[in-house]
Design a protein. Structure first.
Length: 184
């Protein structure tokens, strides 16, 4: 399926969610995530600060912030910087997402686990983002485990046409799926 068609389909489906749907989905997905060996073993984790139409990460980050070292991305031109999460150092940044402030950036090589948002995923770990390529550029240089998270309807069963520069996920977690991608 073509990426623009997927973006339209998922955007329409997201408008049908109410607050309970969003909250329940986030709780289910992040409950699975926190039980994975990868999460339990990781200390330095890059999360995302959610947009209103994404699975909310705020409660999850707050719950674990005293036990894990979380990092958040910050838009810097066409790339993402990685900075430590500190709730007192967040400001509204690009695309109206709360981003960390400061100069204490961290290299992607120092991150053990990356939790990745998307418009959609497929069972092969392919991902459709919002179309700007921020995460693909960041993930291309990372050896960290990449876990994509989303709603059940964001799992595209018919597959996604991947481009050469697209970076695949190692794991995809939705409300009722936990898919570990087997590399060929």
């Amino acid at each position: 399926m073509k990426k623009d068609d997927i973006r339209r389909r998922v955007k329409t489906r997201k408008t049908m969610l109410d607050d309970d749907d969003r909250s329940n989905a986030a709780e289910r997905v992040f409950s699975v995530l926190e039980q994975t060996a990868a999460f339990m073993l990781a200390d330095r984790i890059l999360m995302y600060h959610s947009l209103p139409d994404e699975l909310s990460t705020r409660e999850f980050i707050r719950r674990w912030a005293s036990r894990k070292h979380f990092y958040l991305p910050r838009v810097n031109g066409v790339n993402l910087d990685i900075l430590p999460y500190d709730e007192s150092r967040l400001t509204l940044g690009s695309f109206h997402i709360e981003e960390p402030t400061g100069d204490d950036t961290t290299g992607v090589d120092d991150i053990e686990l990356i939790v990745v948002p998307a418009v959609a995923f497929d069972r092969d770990g392919n991902r459709v983002g919002r179309g700007k390529g921020y995460y693909d550029r960041l993930l291309a240089g990372s050896k960290a485990l990449k876990i994509g998270v989303g709603y059940d309807f964001q799992l595209i069963e018919e597959g996604i046409e991947a481009d050469e520069h697209d970076v695949r996920m190692d794991v995809v977690i939705t409300e009722s799926h936990h898919i570990v991608i087997r590399r060929k």
